[in-house]
Write a protein that binds this ligand. Structure first.
Ligand SMILES: Cc1cc2nc3c(=O)[nH]c(=O)nc-3n(C[C@H](O)[C@H](O)[C@H](O)COP(=O)(O)O)c2cc1C
Length: 227
């Protein structure tokens, strides 16, 4: 499978979230060989969308001539698009949102009703593309935290898109936390194996992956310097 990873962490390879993504890919690779390309989005030249809609009327060409032209080709050439990013202000980091907005050339102006909502018809054929979101965050709680990012992902990429969220993610970069992060990454690897095999992950496993690694109060006390 051809996999494109959009790493939205400005920390590039040092991203807390990328520990989760690497474990997931390792699990997938255990099941079958994968061709993986990673883009550190922060390093790419991606202008903001001007909102002119030229791309939707002009056969898909954006007025900006920047790295998005190549990235759009890479997206269309992939079978799995992984959005790997840290939660910023309950959403995705701004540079990754800029990339998301700039995928507009893949859609046409035509609106169609799907269930009780509208979406744009595709201007390119991305029917073989699947979507996965992997998101880490700094707080110990998942509720009242990940919801806006998950809702945006599902509205953009369909309810069947797979979502992995992990709270307390700075612990992935703390060697002293390995006693809890290593078993969590094993669960993520297992999810990767399941996904490679069946294109879905057991909801019970997803819930285990999304639970705090240490009790919320203990984590908050450590962060606050009390432990
Ligand atoms: C600007 C900014 C906004 C953030 N907003 C949130 C937030 O809304 N909720 C949360 O739990 N963590 C938030 N965090 C914490 C990061 O999600 C957390 O540090 C994460 O582990 C960083 O992952 P990375 O190393 O992959 O970039 C924020 C961090 C920054 C720098």
């Amino acid at each position: 499978m051809k996999i494109l990873v959009l790493n939205g962490s400005p920390k590039r390879e040092n991203s807390d979230t990328l520990h989760i993504t690497r474990a997931f890919l390792e699990g997938m690779r255990e099941q079958q060989p994968q061709e993986i390309t990673t883009i550190h989005v922060i390093d790419r030249h991606i202008e903001y969308c001007t909102g002119c809609f030229t791309c939707m009327r002009n056969g898909g060409t954006c007025v900006h001539d920047d790295d998005m032209r190549e990235i759009l080709k890479q997206i269309l050439d992939s079978e799995l698009l992984i959005w790997s990013f840290p939660l910023y202000s309950y959403g995705m980091p701004a540079h990754l949102k800029a990339l998301l907005d700039r995928t507009l050339p893949l859609s046409s102006m035509t609106m169609r009703k799907v269930g009780d909502r509208y979406e744009h018809a595709g201007q390119a054929d991305f029917s073989r593309l699947r979507y996965l979101m992997i998101c880490g965050c700094g707080f110990p709680n998942s509720r009242h935290n990940f919801e806006p990012a998950v809702a945006q992902f599902r509205l953009c990429f369909g309810a069947e898109g797979t979502v992995l969220t992990v709270p307390e993610s700075p612990m992935f970069n703390a060697p002293e936390a390995a006693v809890v992060t290593a078993p969590r990454l094993e669960l993520v690897k297992k999810a990767g194996r399941q996904y490679a095999k069946a294109r879905e992950i057991d909801p019970v496993l997803l819930a285990e992956i999304g639970a705090p690694m240490i009790p919320e109060e203990t984590y908050a006390a450590i962060v606050n310097g009390g432990v």
